[in-house]
Ligand binder design. Structure first.
Ligand SMILES: NC(=O)CC[C@H](N)C(=O)O
Length: 225
């Protein structure tokens, strides 16, 4: 499998994603947005960063970049797509996943390790875990607060599309464990297909063993292995 890591102007986690995937034995290459998706892309990562300088809203301009039409078509064909942090914002802005990410309740950029509860273990992104597992992965965002209308939230729950929730070290989903004020502590969701997912925390920053920190994020990227 060759994973395309889509680089926009202002992306800054594209190299980290390639390195983390390579560490897991997955071929990956950075793809400059203006060059379009290669025909052999059989996996796609929308990486973190500050695409288009976060102007208007984080992810809003990249979501309207022509390459996103190709990403949407690939996703519809069943190609696995994951959006991480700014990539999650691009995914929601482009309608790949429900809800929106907006300014943290703190109104500050937050960079810290958080705990996540695995809400679904039967997806490609979470097959390495058991439902209810607690994993530690860092966040680094200013606009990570998940927001969704009441009806869409009901649909999200009915369709069981919440992938991760912010929790404490014991797995309790509480306000105190919610770093950014996200609705229902949601940290990651699935698209219409389980092969499409977005999450605000950074699994590629919790994969390499030589960083000396948690490697709990590896299981998410192993979806491509
Ligand atoms: N690390 C990131 O991808 C940051 C995302 C976005 N620029 C934000 O601050 O919310």
């Amino acid at each position: 499998m060759t994973v395309s890591v889509v680089q926009f102007g202002g992306s800054n986690c594209d190299r980290d994603a390639v390195r983390a995937l390579n560490h897991l034995g997955v071929d990956a290459e950075r793809v400059w947005h203006a060059d379009g998706l290669p025909d052999d892309a059989d996996g796609i990562v929308l990486p973190g960063g500050f695409s288009y300088g976060d102007y208007l809203r984080a992810g809003a301009m990249a979501a309207r970049d022509p390459i996103m039409e190709e990403v949407r078509e690939a996703a519809d064909d069943g190609v696995p797509v994951i959006g991480v942090c700014n990539g999650a914002q691009i995914g929601s802005e482009s309608g790949l996943t429900p809800g929106a990410f907006t300014t943290n309740a703190s109104a500050r950029f937050q960079c810290e390790p958080v705990h996540l509860r695995v809400e679904r273990a039967d997806t490609p992104w979470t097959a390495a875990y058991d439902e209810g597992d607690v994993i530690e992965i860092p966040i680094a965002h200013g606009e990570g607060r998940f927001e969704i209308g009441a009806d869409a939230h009901d649909d999200l729950l009915d369709d069981d599309r919440v992938l991760f929730r912010y929790c404490d070290a014991e797995g309790n989903v509480t306000d105190a464990a919610n770093p950014n004020g996200s609705t229902d502590n949601v940290a990651g969701v699935l698209g219409e297909r389980e092969t499409v997912a977005v999450l605000m925390p950074h699994p590629e920053r919790a994969t390499l063993t030589d960083l000396g920190r948690s490697t709990d994020g590896a299981g998410i990227l192993e979806a491509f292995a």
